[in-house]
Design a binder for this molecule. Structure first.
Ligand code: 48F
Length: 258
């Protein structure tokens, strides 16, 4: 068979366009493909929901690849190990209650399970605004990251979702957009982003779960974004809270969608 370059191009353009058209409306739009966002997306898709993940970088995985200070191992605590077991990520006991996993195995495996559960990941797309209808977040505004970074004068496109998750980590990018553009109070104590506090794993891991919730009608936070928005501590390279938070936000959204 003779390989035709234009057939290769047509295949890619057609397939991608099909995907984009299909996900102009979804049940849940997840912003940020780090560990918490991918875990949330996995549980939502497994429950039969139509889930799109938008990631600004070329690579998915967020801060998990680098483990702690580029030592590419992660630590999880006892209650989160069950999630790694469910994903089939191998863990090794370290001392009582502490387990380690290879960070590359962890993120590649979680991403693979999410995609196979039906999640569609769109990388290289930056969420730069939200759609708001009737006082709730009703979708996202997307632009190619390359155009966003080059500050090209290009208009973005809008997509709809019944619920939106901000899993952008320390940045809490979507909540910042809502705070700055809607100028309406958030569901935080001060009505504004409280801001993250310094590293304290013990406090931070527990707070991540408490802070995993809706922060504006239709907009939820999970992972490190939850602590950044609600004023929790950062946790450093212990990742159990990210996984548990992803599962918690998925359960809360599933209850809402029913
Ligand atoms: O930072 P990230 O891994 O978030 P997470 O799931 O996990 C946090 C941990 O990695 C670590 C930690 C816990 O141990 O403190 O930091 O809460 O992933 C966030 C992803 O969101 C993407 C960003 O590129 C990253 O991959 N992101 C950020 N802003 C945008 C975005 C945006 N505006 N549009 C799309 N993606």
């Amino acid at each position: 068979m003779r390989l035709d370059d234009v057939t290769v191009s047509r295949a890619i353009v057609e397939r991608y366009t099909e995907d984009l058209l299909n996900y102009l409306k979804s049940d849940v739009a997840v912003v940020g493909a780090g560990p918490s966002g991918l875990t949330a997306a996995y549980y939502l898709a497994q429950a039969g929901k139509k889930v799109a993940v938008f990631e600004s970088r070329l690579s998915i995985g967020g801060g998990m690849w680098g483990g702690g200070m580029m030592f590419n191992h992660i630590v999880v605590q006892e209650d989160a190990k069950a999630i790694l077991d469910e994903f089939d990520v191998r863990t090794r006991p370290y001392t009582e209650g502490y387990y380690t996993a290879d960070s590359v195995e962890a993120i590649t495996t979680i991403a693979s399970k999410a995609v196979k559960a039906g999640v569609k990941i769109f990388n290289l797309i930056t969420v730069e605004d939200v759609l708001v209808r009737d006082g709730r977040v009703a979708g996202l505004v997307l632009l190619w990251t390359a155009a966003h970074m080059a500050r090209l004068h290009v208009d973005p496109i809008g997509v709809e979702a019944k619920e939106v998750i901000d899993s952008t980590g320390h940045e809490c990018a979507v909540v910042h957009i809502v705070q700055d553009k809607l100028r309406a109070p958030l569901l935080t104590p001060s009505g504004r982003i409280e801001g993250e506090r310094s590293l304290w794993a013990e406090q931070a891991e527990a707070a991540t779960l408490v802070n995993t919730r809706e922060v504006y009608p239709g907009l939820w936070v999970c992972g490190m974004a939850a602590n950044a928005v609600f004023g929790g501590h950062r946790m450093g390279p212990i990742f159990g809270g990210m996984l548990l938070s992803g599962r918690k936000v998925a359960d809360a959204i599933l209850a809402r969608l029913q």
